[in-house]
Design a binder for this molecule. Structure first.
Ligand code: BES
Ligand code: ZN
Ligand code: ZN
Length: 494
């Protein structure tokens, strides 16, 4: 979709563009000057509709008016009465995407006075439209399944220069988010460790360095935790390292993603109902991939190492058994109590690799790690665990700003007993059903060395949506791509 910004003075010229849908944003039910002008041309139809509809002027409420030959469809969309947070403009964009889904050309007009001087509202809205227009249609062959028809979006901008300058940056983040959603939506027979690795290699053309560790290499290095997860499948595990060296003078930040391309549970097999959803168990790796792609597209002045732990968790005669003891890459021994708690094993070796081989002192990991996180948070927020108070605040804030919402959980020593076990240093489960997301975070923490700043995002609640949550539509969200781009911009690119 092409986005073109225009100023109020240029609005008149839009009449020659064959635009079929005009969207006007309103503070409450207040008509802007440009809307009043159009209302005159339409003999007061718009005012009439506002007066006689049930619209109260609440956030994201809308009505449609059919105008004339030029203004074929008009949508009046309210921003509500109160001041909005930046993330809410993205939500508005997501709603607009649903209204204009079948139009090839649409235009969006801002409300009267722009009271948000420091926000780039046009880009926030445009990003919301792009995210809201996304669908995964790759395997739909029937004619009646149509993606968004929107080819051109005309977006009013108060500060044309600013919006045009920012556009490249914002659209890189949008693209990274949507590519993560595409990856997450791929079924297990199409996206498996090897094919995911091939997708990562494509990032070389954007200037990333990509290093691949195959099954033999993982075994040779002693990365037995990731090996133990992947050994039950014909599709062997991989670890892929994607480096973006936009500013090598900076200390590297490692982003680690759980890439379990399908999670059957292994020998501790999952119940069959809903198992198909476990295609999204690589959502962490997909988001890391998406962030790396955004950084490369926008030539970020940062130094980031993306590490994807890729494995398929299958039951077979070569699969790991409950009760097995393995030695992880760090040297710690692990008693595998439940082969369905595989994500933490994959992540453990990647976290060790980040420190041992890449000398990273800063690590953020993303993983669809526990069902317990969903029990705790519902699907509205993802869990945040960290050993650094400043990171707790800055990551939380980046979440509020982008709408990829987080909530801070404890990982203190009071939980040490969760991962104690009979025959090894630690076990891969916790204390029954209680505090399961914290047990998993404690397990990861056991691989974080003294002096390493670390944050863990358990994105099991938010990687896949069962209903629309604007600007994301149901299905894969790419959760974390916008959040981490925002955080990296604020902390590494000054
Ligand atoms: N991939 C799952 C976690 C998950 C569940 C993500 C539901 C998204 C939705 C993970 O590998 C898992 O199965 N965890 C177990 C751990 C347990 C066996 C200790 C869980 O959460 O039940
Ligand atoms: Zn599992
Ligand atoms: Zn899993």
């Amino acid at each position: 979709m092409k986005i073109q910004f225009f100023t109020q003075d240029q609005a008149q010229e839009l009449q020659n563009q064959n635009i079929t849908h005009f969207v006007f944003l309103l503070h409450g039910k207040e008509m802007s000057e440009s809307l009043q002008k159009i209302d005159q041309e339409l003999d007061g139809q718009i005012q009439h509709a506002l007066d006689y509809s049930n619209m109260e002027g609440k956030f994201a409420e809308s009505i449609c008016v059919f105008g004339n030959e030029i203004y074929q469809k008009i949508t009046l969309l309210s921003l509500g009465e109160k001041s909005l947070k930046s993330s809410q403009f993205g939500q508005i964009g997501g709603h607009i995407a649903q209204h204009v889904f079948k139009d090839e050309k649409a235009a969006i007009f801002l409300p009267s006075q722009d009271k948000y001087q420091d926000l780039d509202i046009p880009n926030l809205i445009a990003q919301g439209v792009s995210l809201g227009s996304w669908r995964f249609m790759k395997y739909k062959t029937e004619e009646n399944h149509k993606p968004s028809q929107l080819k051109a979006l005309y977006m009013e901008a108060g500060d044309l220069d600013k919006s045009q300058k920012n556009y490249q940056l914002i659209s890189s983040i949008t693209e990274g988010t949507n590519v993560a959603r595409d990856l997450v939506s791929e079924p297990g027979n199409q996206l498996y460790p090897e094919s995911f690795k091939d997708r990562a290699l494509e990032l070389e053309s954007l200037g990333c360095e990509v290093k691949v560790f195959d099954y033999e290499a993982l075994k040779a290095k002693g990365m037995n935790a990731i090996v133990s997860v992947g050994q039950g499948s014909k599709q062997k595990p991989y670890m892929v390292v994607i480096k973006w060296k936009g500013d090598e003078t900076k200390d590297p930040l490692a982003l680690v993603g759980k890439g379990v391309t399908f999670d059957t549970g292994g020998i501790s097999i999952k119940p069959s109902a809903g198992m198909e959803d476990m295609i999204f168990d690589m959502g962490g790796a997909a988001s890391v991939f998406g962030v790396m792609k955004s950084l490369a597209l926008r030539k970020s002045k940062s130094h980031v190492i993306g590490i994807l732990g890729l494995a398929e968790n299958m039951p077979s005669s070569s699969a790991t058994r409950p009760g097995d003891v393995i030695t992880a890459y760090s040297g710690k021994t692990v008693e595998i109590m439940n082969t369905d708690a595989e994500g933490r094993l994959v992540m453990a070796d990647c976290i060790t690799y980040a420190q041992k081989d890449e000398h990273a002192k800063q690590i953020i990991d993303l993983a669809t790690l526990t069902g317990a996180m969903l029990v705790a948070l519902g699907t509205e927020r993802a869990g945040l665990f960290t050993n650094d108070e400043d990171w707790a605040k800055s990551l939380f804030d980046a979440g509020e700003e982008t709408g990829d919402l987080l909530w801070h959980f404890p990982v203190g020593s009071e939980y040490d007993s969760h991962i104690k076990t009979r025959h090894a240093d630690i076990k891969n489960t916790g204390k029954g059903r209680y505090g399961g997301a914290i047990s998993a975070a404690k397990f990861l923490e056991a691989f974080v060395e003294e002096g390493t700043k670390w944050a863990h995002l358990d994105i099991a609640p938010t990687a896949w949506l069962y209903e629309n949550k604007m600007p994301y539509v149901k299905g894969a969200s790419g959760f974390g791509v916008r959040l981490l781009n925002q955080w990296i911009m604020e902390h590494y690119e000054e």
